[in-house]
Ligand binder design. Structure first.
Ligand SMILES: Nc1ncnc2c1ncn2[C@@H]1O[C@H](COP(=O)(O)OP(=O)(O)OP(=O)(O)O)[C@@H](O)[C@H]1O
Ligand SMILES: [Mg+2]
Length: 455
């Protein structure tokens, strides 16, 4: 089995609106601090999620499901991302939106299956033959392009690796040069190169280069001990989906079209049910042998009411399987029909699935809390706001939603900028508020001017 981490699948979108959230902001004893880690209020939900984090870390929660339920803009998405931060980078967290399953190209359950497997991690320990050390030199040697044509290609790369024992110079294949560039390796970094596969892993920056004032989050590591060429126990964190991808065969044969496809690096590979069960078998064997450890992560399905009955049936079954992650749902719906049926159910989720969920409620914010959230948001976006303007924005937040109030900050900054000022005033907010409609105001207008629209 090929073991390979597929970096391109780590997904980071949908975070911009929540960039101020750094964690759940809980004290040692698990109680929520009023304002901490970018979060304000919502104490009960935060404490509940804190308990979930503990259960996840002690691996007592696989196959369970939680649901965040509450009105729009009460912080459900923000709280789920806070939980992800608490789990740290080694526990997989896979966010998706319910509507993602409705793609014309892939089956709904296939999308869910893929995301399920993205959320299950595997920590694999292997002893590998590696070259490890601090990079002292990195020189690509060029040659004429052997295929003809213009330009030069890299024929091989000379790399110097230093350990406490000494320095060794290696002459390596050009493919390794690409791998080095991908990992953004520069002289002074500590790296290791796997002898068999040529995979390059950047461990960190050599601590000889550590300066007192360092703004970038760098990990400094000591100079490796021993020989450059050695056997080393490496720990790799992969997800089941990584394994699926690494072992899937490219579609089609060796004809020109599929060759082109490969050259264009489109990862159009087919992951079949059979491949997955093969991988599961190997994974289970690794776990039994103690080579690998299962790290159940979190699958976060936002706007779960967008799923239909087919998906819910799949989820019911998938949660029962031995390789299941923790699933967290979020929804802002009350009683509504379950998609694909005529049944009306709480949150648009069938009752048999609801029955297995632990539900966490998010409550509407008080004016004071809205103002505090606005202040945190303004700070992360680098916007200066006058006291009065905060108060007014807070009122808007109470009248419409928190999200609408937060969203007014950015255009307000634009107005201030064009007028050559620095601080957002109450007048600016009024001006912006007059330009845009929030959902409620827009709906009201629609109702009033019904005749003017096409039916
Ligand atoms: N307790 C909080 N502390 C700090 N920021 C918050 C808090 N709650 C919400 N926010 C911020 O307010 C905005 C709206 O919240 P969010 O998107 O999480 O709401 P939601 O409950 O997911 O709404 P919807 O049901 O519409 O999806 C986001 O920018 C979010 O980061
Ligand atoms: Mg949301």
């Amino acid at each position: 089995m090929r073991i390979e981490e597929v970096k391109s699948t780590t997904r980071t979108q949908r975070v911009a609106a929540h960039s101020h959230v750094k964690g759940l902001g809980l004290a040692e004893d698990g109680t929520a601090m009023e304002v901490a880690a970018g979060l304000v209020g919502q104490e009960k939900a935060r404490e509940a999620l804190g308990v979930a984090v503990e259960l996840i870390k002690t691996k007592k929660m696989a196959g369970r499901a939680l649901m965040l339920a509450g009105a729009p803009g009460t912080g459900k998405t923000a709280l789920a991302l806070a939980l992800a931060q608490e789990l740290g980078p080694k526990v997989p967290f896979c966010p998706m939106v319910g509507s993602e399953v409705f793609s014309s190209e892939v089956k709904k359950t296939e999308v869910l299956m893929e995301n399920f497997r993205r959320s299950i991690g595997l920590r694999i320990k292997e002893t590998k033959e590696v070259y490890e050390g601090e990079v002292t030199e990195l020189t690509p040697e060029e040659a004429e392009n052997p295929l003809g044509g213009y330009g030069k290609t890299v024929a091989h790369v000379i790399i110097g690796l230093k350990t406490t024992k000494g320095t060794k110079q290696l002459k390596l294949d050009p493919s390794i040069y690409e791998a080095l560039q991908k990992e953004k390796v520069t002289p002074g970094d500590v790296i290791y190169i796997e002898a068999n596969s040529g995979a390059v892993k950047r461990v960190g920056r050599s601590d000889a280069f550590a300066t007192e004032f360092d703004l970038e989050a760098e990990e400094y590591v000591p100079l490796p001990k021993g020989d450059v060429h050695k056997r080393k126990e490496v720990v790799q964190d992969v997800t089941l989906h990584d394994l699926d991808l690494a072992n899937a065969k490219p579609q089609g044969g060796q004809d020109l079209v599929s060759m082109m496809g490969q050259m264009m690096k489109s990862k159009k590979t087919e992951i079949t049910e059979k491949l997955r069960s093969e991988i599961n078998k190997v994974v289970n064997k690794y776990i039994d042998q103690g080579i690998a450890e299962l790290v159940p992560g979190v699958l976060f399905i936002d706007e779960v009411h967008m799923l239909d009955i087919e998906c819910f049936t799949f989820l019911n079954r998938a949660l029962e399987s031995t390789l299941a992650p923790i699933v967290i749902f979020a929804t802002n719906r009350g009683m509504c029909t379950v998609r694909g049926t005529e049944v009306i159910a709480p949150h648009g989720v069938p009752v048999d699935l609801l029955d297995r969920l632990m539900i966490i409620r998010t409550m509407p914010y008080a004016l004071q809390e809205i103002v505090q959230i606005l202040a945190i948001r303004a700070q992360t976006e680098g916007i200066q706001v006058e006291e009065e303007a905060y108060a007014y924005l807070g009122e808007i937040g109470v009248r419409s939603t928190l999200r609408y109030a937060v969203q007014l900050l950015t255009p307000a900054k634009v107005i201030v900028g064009t007028n050559g000022r620095e601080v957002v005033t109450k007048e600016d907010v009024e001006e912006i508020d007059a330009l845009f409609y929030d959902a409620k105001a827009s709906a009201k207008l629609l109702a009033e001017q019904k005749a003017g629209y096409l039916q």
